[in-house]
Structures are given as structure tokens and as C-alpha cells.
Design a protein around this ligand. Structure first.
Ligand code: SF4
Length: 347
């Protein structure tokens, strides 16, 4: 541990002021803070609460049902990031759909799904586009490449989400946000600066190493002690105020804002991204005239409260009993970025 890390550690462990609630907006922060043992340093006055920044966790139950409909009713090959496969839908997960004969394939990138469509021109391929500003550009690139190649057997089922309106829904739920560094690397810091200046919302952009997380927490604590709203970028080696203009331009070229349903949080106006009309041929809902499919979450699952920092995962009655990583009841226990999975693995 170098000197600056020791100083940050001492600020954290030496804190003895009023109770503080700091929200890890990003699920990767939750996991890294657990994994690096940083939680053990926290005095009891500091609570780290989980937020909605896990793309799989916030994907609505109805989206899983829509994907299953495409697999089983329309016979499409469903390509998806792997951790979505075990997320429960209303009646089954995509793994369950696979057991019923659905062709469900994990991929590492949307471009893998485009390549699969090129290899199998006689089959329809649908990529499940979930995630925040971090992953949305790659889905946009896939749609653009498919259109440029004239593919007629590739489409996207979109549930892409954006953070600004989610922050609005979370205002007041914590004393400060630990902002997700990889999202801000794309979007820049404008939203966070405006939240601070216009609404007095405090927060710090954090990276993911031990040094970066200790620094971000120490800065947050010091500035909360002063009592004035603040914004600081503690991840400047990656995050610039202007973000990534090329990625932003690509997203705006291919997609446009829409209302979006968040698991547990409900419909948040303007918090999603959907394909523009010029890309309607690549929109699975349009292409397959999909009926309205409304999912029903398991009533025992309290992912919504976990994702808003209202409860800890271990406060859910089925945590570690009916709900484990092997037998997840909710999405937060499935994903590598899920808060319930982090608590189960490390606490
Ligand atoms: S422990 Fe399981 S059921 Fe409870 S909130 Fe977490 S994912 Fe949902």
C-alpha cells in the first residue's frame, strides 16, 4: 500500500462524524469494494448502499418473456450476454427456454451475433441489447454493420438504459453517489455536474482499483464533512468532462430516447434507448409484430428495494435460503454485478 492509499485508508477508518449513506451506483463497484476488503475498513457510521447500476439486474421481467417468445414462438436464435440466460422471467428463464428447445447462445459482443447471422442466412438471429451507455454503442455498431451488409436475418431486442433519469429517481436516497467510472467515460460528467449545481446532489466518479476506490471514498467523506454539495472526478485517467464524442455520436445516430421499464423501479420516462425509425427493420419488436408482453416478478423478490438502496440484500427473506446463485429468484442474485450475488459471495 503506497502513501496516498494509506492516507485515504486513514481518512476512512478515522471517520467519526454523523452517519453517512454512500450509494455505489455501479454493481462492479459493489463487487470490487467487497472483494478488496474495503467494506471491512468502514466505521459503523458509514453505510455503503447498492444502486441500480447492474444492467442485468434492472432488465425487466417482461423483457425476458419477450426474448423467450422470440425463441419459442418465432424460432429465432437468441444471442445474449451469458448472465442474462439464468435471469428469471415470469414462467422460466432463457435457460428454461433452451431446455424446451429454444436456441439460446451466449456471445461476448453484439458483433458476434452479426457474424452468426452472416454464417446462417437461413436462420433469424436476435441479439438481446441490454446495458447502459457503456455497452449501448456496441449494439448500435452491430445494427449499423448489419444494415450496411444488407442483412435481413438480424435484429435487436432492445432494453438499453441511460443513467440521467435514473439518478433523478434516486435523488434523496443517499448523501452522495459513487458514480460509475465506465459510464462517465462515455457520457462525460455533464449530468453529474448539473445534478450538483441545480439540485445539490453530491457525488464522486470512481475507478475500480483499490487505490481509486479508497481515494474516491476518502474524498467523498472529506467533502461530506464540509457540508456543501460537490462533484469530483476521481477517475481522471479515463473519464473526461466531454466523455467519448464518437460513441455518443454513434448512439445518437442509431438510437433515440424512450421510456423504459426498470426491474423493481417501474417505468422511468426517457430512461431508455430504442432504435430509430431508419433502423426499424432491425428492431425485433417491429419485425415480428410482437404483442405487448408484461412480465410478473416473483412476489418474494425484493430486487427493486435492493436496487434503490432501501434494503440490504440480506434483509430479503429468501436471501441465501430460497435464493442462491445456483437457484436465483431474482436478477440481483444472478449477475456478476448483482448486489445480492456480491453479498452472498463475500459477506
Ligand atoms: S435475495 Fe434473491 S429474491 Fe431477494 S432481492 Fe436478492 S435476488 Fe431478489
Amino acid at each position: 500500500m503506497n502513501e496516498s492509499m494509506k492516507r485515504a485508508r486513514d481518512i476512512i477508518t478515522g471517520y467519526s462524524g454523523r452517519p453517512l449513506r454512500i450509494m455505489e451506483v455501479c454493481g462492479t463497484h459493489t463487487h470490487e469494494i467487497f472483494r478488496l476488503g474495503i467494506r471491512k475498513l468502514l466505521p459503523e457510521q458509514i453505510s455503503l448502499i447498492s444502486g441500480p447500476g447492474c444492467p442485468v439486474c434492472v432488465t425487466a421481467v417482461g423483457f425476458i418473456d419477450e426474448a423467450i417468445w422470440l425463441a419459442l414462438e418465432k424460432g429465432c436464435i437468441i444471442c445474449t450476454f451469458g448472465d442474462l440466460i439464468r435471469v428469471p422471467g415470469t414462467e422460466m428463464s432463457l435457460a428454461g427456454a433452451r431446455a424446451k428447445g429454444g436456441d439460446i447462445r451466449p456471445v461476448y459482443s453484439p458483433l458476434d451475433a452479426v457474424a452468426l447471422a452472416k454464417e446462417h442466412p437461413d436462420q433469424q438471429v436476435v441479439f438481446l441489447a441490454v446495458g447502459f451507455e457503456t455497452t449501448t454503442p456496441s449494439a448500435c455498431l452491430a445494427a449499423k454493420q448489419a444494415k450496411a451488409a444488407g442483412l435481413t436475418n438480424f435484429s435487436l431486442l432492445t432494453a438499453n438504459k441511460t443513467m440521467p433519469n435514473a439518478y433523478q429517481a434516486l435523488v434523496g436516497s443517499a448523501d452522495a453517489f459513487l458514480y460509475p467510472g465506465h459510464v462517465n467515460a462515455i457520457t462525460g460528467n455533464g449530468t453529474c455536474i448539473r445534478l450538483c449545481e441545480a439540485q445539490g446532489v453530491s457525488g464522486v466518479v470512481a475507478g475500480f482499483t483499490a487505490s481509486e476506490l479508497l481515494t474516491a471514498l476518502a474524498v467523498t467523506i472529506r467533502l461530506l464533512e464540509k457540508g456543501e454539495p460537490f462533484f469530483r472526478n476521481c477517475y481522471p485517467r479515463v473519464v473526461k468532462d466531454e466523455g467519448n464524442p464518437a460513441a455518443i455520436a454513434l448512439m445518437n445516430e442509431v438510437m433515440e430516447p424512450c421510456d423504459s421499464e426498470w426491474r423493481g423501479l417501474g417505468m422511468i420516462p426517457g430512461s431508455g434507448m430504442k432504435l430509430r425509425a431508419e433502423y426499424a427493420d432491425y428492431d425485433a419488436r417491429v419485425k415480428y409484430a410482437m404483442p405487448v408482453i408484461t412480465g410478473k416478478p416473483n412476489p418474494a423478490c425484493r430486487c427493486g428495494d435492493v436496487l434503490q438502496g432501501k434494503i440490504r440484500p440480506c434483509d430479503c427473506k429468501v436471501f441465501g435460503k430460497g435464493c442462491t446463485p445456483m437457484h436465483p429468484v431474482g436478477a440481483c442474485m444472478v449477475s456478476d454485478e448483482g448486489a445480492c450475488a456480491a453479498y452472498y459471495q463475500y459477506s
